[in-house]
Design a protein around this ligand. Structure first.
Ligand SMILES: Nc1ncnc2c1ncn2[C@@H]1O[C@H](COP(=O)(O)OP(=O)(O)OP(=O)(O)O)[C@@H](O)[C@H]1O
Ligand SMILES: [Mg+2]
Length: 158
């Protein structure tokens, strides 16, 4: 499975989808979150952290660019690269060095596309018109490893 869509009608549902993804990932994996302001990228990350019991640590990493979370052997690096002036700033903070060390979940990751690892999962979140809480989540796998993960995820969610 290279791609599939799923609808979320509540922020809790988005968190549940994110937790379901989290259980398939390990250190060295990368998730890119894209979608307009307020789409639900941070909410998705909160659900992702919840799988590891870390949901209380969620903050918007606006000032740090990256927030680090650790549970047992898992490191989660939550990026928000929206405020980087350009991709050189990402290289300057040593952004690439995080990719091998833990799970990287990157809000606005499309802005640093050329710095991303070859393989990753991209999730585009779109607000739906005329509703406050409805979102379309579009999953896309780059790389066979992630295609297999999307196969499992689809089975579990649909
Ligand atoms: N189905 C849904 N999924 C996710 N969030 C939802 C949903 N319905 C409502 N919301 C609300 O939308 C808001 C999403 O905010 P969030 O901070 O996650 O957006 P964001 O994409 O991270 O924005 P930014 O680009 O500013 O970082 C939250 O207040 C959340 O409760
Ligand atoms: Mg956010």
């Amino acid at each position: 499975m290279k791609k599939f869509n799923i609808t979320s009608n509540l922020s809790d549902q988005t968190m549940h989808i994110a937790s379901t993804l989290a259980k398939h990932l390990k250190n060295g994996d990368t998730v890119v979150l894209t979608g307009e302001l307020g789409a639900g990228k941070t909410k998705f990350t909160e659900g992702f952290l919840a799988y590891f019991g870390l949901e209380n640590e969620i903050t918007s990493p606006t000032f740090n660019i990256v927030n680090e979370h650790t549970k047992n052997d898992i490191n989660i690096y939550h990026f928000d690269v929206y405020r980087l002036a350009d991709i050189d700033e990402f290289y300057a903070i040593g952004g690439e060095e995080y990719f091998d060390k833990g799970i990287c979940i990157i809000e606005w990751g499309e802005l640093i596309e050329e710095a991303l690892p070859e393989e990753y999962i991209k999730i585009s979140i779109q607000k739906q018109e005329n509703t406050d809480n409805s979102r379309e989540l579009h999953f896309e796998a780059f790389g066979q490893k992630y295609e297999l993960i999307l196969d499992k995820l689809k089975e579990e969610l649909i």
